[in-house]
Unconditional design. Structure first.
Length: 375
């Protein structure tokens, strides 16, 4: 990879800011936070739009976003840390840690399958909405996943599966004796100085002097969720659940700091080694290549790392159209995307509150504008 230090072209970066501003001024997007940078610097952190859907107050400069599925690769890196320590291996079967999982054809599912979306598990449970309406616990989501049958045999297809990350969070908990949220906090968020990051808000976010809950902008919720004020994305229940598949709350600055940690191959800004370069490399290379029973078109055109979505040729999927083939990252259903381009040595972050479906095109356009600002 090139070690050339890239520079941000101020005129092109202003074009990216102008695009974000136009999208908010036209009420196409409620709000946008964008950031970019290298392993050395965070550049251009910008917040535009509204903090509340029905109020003109501007988006706070310290806004904290529910980033939805960007949670998944961050949880995946916690599993990689346990692999480094010899407490897990990719070939471990889930039933070795969670015996009750081994029914309905799921006995052969390995950790590798959870991390690459090749398990055959469903994305969302058939009774997902009922569980949320009843304020189900993470343990109840895990129990229901253990009861579900598969849509295909493990390792024989690719199907995006949020419930695979529900199981991953449960594995982390059973191995470490800590909740997935606490493990992330202790092993990554504290040493990286991520003071505005949590896998599920704690009570002090609502009742403490900082009142971080007020810093979370309102999200537009999908059709069918608008009546769920006590269980949808904007509810205290969901913000506190800490779903390993989509419950991360984080500011744009803290997410940018995490992207820098990845570009530094696992080191914090003060030189702490939190993950090995070997773990970063394994997580961000095509893990489907060697899975011979996965359809060839998936291995070649829609590759996955371990928790990270890689570059998909001819399918921008919100990463934009100007990034290298070595790019990896993730998106979130709440209207968020983060990408890291190790070839260029840069990253891009776009956080909105408009669901990415069917409006991911705005994330793609903003991503392209960010990529174009580097020279």
């Amino acid at each position: 990879m090139s070690k050339t230090i890239r520079q941000l072209h101020r005129g092109r970066w202003q074009s990216a800011i102008d695009l974000a501003t136009r999208l908010c001024d036209s009420q196409t997007l409620p709000c946008v936070a964008i950031a970019t940078g290298t392993e050395y610097e965070i550049e251009g952190l910008t917040h535009v739009g509204r903090q509340r859907l029905n109020h003109e107050a501007p988006l706070r400069d310290d806004a904290i976003f529910l980033v939805a599925s960007i949670t998944k690769p961050i949880v995946a890196m916690a599993a990689l840390l346990l692999i480094e320590r010899g407490e897990l291996a990719l070939a471990d079967r889930v039933v070795e840690t969670i015996p009750e999982f081994g029914c309905q054809g799921k006995y052969g599912i390995e950790l590798r399958h959870l991390l690459t979306h090749t398990s055959g598990l469903v994305d969302m449970l058939p009774d997902n909405l009922e569980l949320r309406k009843n304020h189900a616990t993470l343990e109840q989501f895990v129990q229901r996943t253990c009861e579900e049958s598969l849509t295909f045999s493990p390792g024989r297809g690719v199907q995006y599966q949020s419930m695979g990350f529900a199981m991953l969070g449960a594995i982390i908990t059973r191995i470490t004796g800590k909740s997935c949220a606490r493990f992330l906090h202790d092993e990554f968020f504290v040493p990286l100085g991520l003071n505005d990051a949590a896998l599920g808000a704690t009570d002090d976010w609502f009742n403490g002097p900082s009142n971080k809950n007020e810093r979370i902008p309102d999200a537009l919720v999908p059709e069918g969720h608008t009546e769920g004020a006590d269980w949808n994305w904007n509810s205290r229940y969901w913000r506190q659940l800490g779903a390993p598949w989509g419950g991360l709350l984080i500011s744009a600055r803290d997410l940018a700091t995490y992207a820098q940690f990845m570009l530094r191959h696992g080191r914090s800004s003060d030189g702490q080694r939190l993950l090995s370069p070997a773990a970063i490399a394994a997580a961000t290379r095509n893990q489907l290549e060697c899975m011979r029973d996965v359809p060839e078109i998936e291995r070649r055109c829609r590759p996955w790392g371990l928790g990270w979505r890689l570059d998909w040729p001819a399918h921008s999927a919100n990463f934009g159209d100007l990034l290298s083939t070595h790019t990896y990252g993730h998106w979130g259903a709440t209207g968020t995307v983060m990408w890291i381009d190790p070839e260029a040595g840069t990253f891009g972050i776009v956080l909105t509150t408009l669901p990415q479906e069917p409006s991911g095109k705005y994330l793609s356009r903003l991503s392209s504008a960010i990529a174009a600002a580097w020279e």
